[in-house]
Ligand binder design. Sequence first.
Ligand code: DOR
Ligand code: ZN
Length: 350
Amino acid sequence: MNLEIREPDDMHVHLRDGAVLALVLGHTAARFRRAVVMPNLDPPLVTVSQVLTYRERIRSLATGRLDFEPWMTLYLHAQTTVTEIEAAAREPSLIGAKLYPQGVTTQSGSGIHDPLTLLPVYEAMAERDFPLLVHGEDPDPATDPFDREARFIDRTLAPLCRRLPRLRIVFEHITTAGAADFVRSESSRMAATITAHHLLYDRRALFHGGLHPHLFCWPLPKTTGDREALVRAATGGEPCFFLGTDSAPHPQNRKESDCCPAGVYSAHAALELYAEIFEEAGCLGRLEAFASENGARFYHRPLNPGRLVLRKVPWQVPESYPVAADYTLVPLRAGETLAWSVAGREAVQP
Ligand code: DOR
Ligand code: ZN
């Protein structure tokens, strides 16, 4: 069986830098024509010029896929100025600015302690129709880790929405039924990305038979009911939900250490995993809208002209990918067989 769809976009990915960038870029560009690239490098990308320099590094490594287009994001920090936002909004390759509440995830130490304090910056963004991408988790250390998303909606996102009715927002990697409903209630200006791993795994999977470090990510996977609600949101054809893998590599020796960093690596098989989810839900016909249309439409970008073919041909995911002497990467479903493969994407002249 073949499934042909319009070339898709990954609306949330961590390409990283240094030795791992080439591998991640290869996996991403083999499947996606465009990708929204996260700015949480070390140090984070807080100026337009830092973002553009990073973009050049990506472009110079994407020699096998010259048509791959990285859409960049600016990292908001306490000193972000309205002038920086104005410059970012003028730059066509910058697609929005990312809000990390301080301390909630990898490289979020320079994020915002109280996200509501950045109002002038958000106002400048709303004025220029420059979207805000949010990592939606409450940073208060007193908040239970499984309640961080719900608490963020109550304490931060709902007040922000009331204050800024024109600001367009992407609620990144949602994990709860409540978040999906909140997005629906604001869908005239809000959308959400949904990862493959949050569609496949709930919190029981994280602890099944022992702790699985390669499934550990922020936000944490939630209950079975939440996972099922996410599957309904992703596969239901609603334009406010779209594909964003949040694929986030970390070295095996750090993932399997006494203090495991958060992040699931799925770029090697992202589309294949989404196809599995949509097939299981009996909604393969809706994969194209989720993967190739809803995201571009939200960001007011043209749809891709090319096509991509998925085949029901099984393949085995490697146990790991070698990156450098001190860096081995363990992918999602390492050593397992996947039902779908990507036959390749073909750029078509418009
Ligand atoms: O699990 C995560 N890892 N969540 C994020 O938000 C960031 C990411 C990373 O950069 O490793
Ligand atoms: Zn992310």
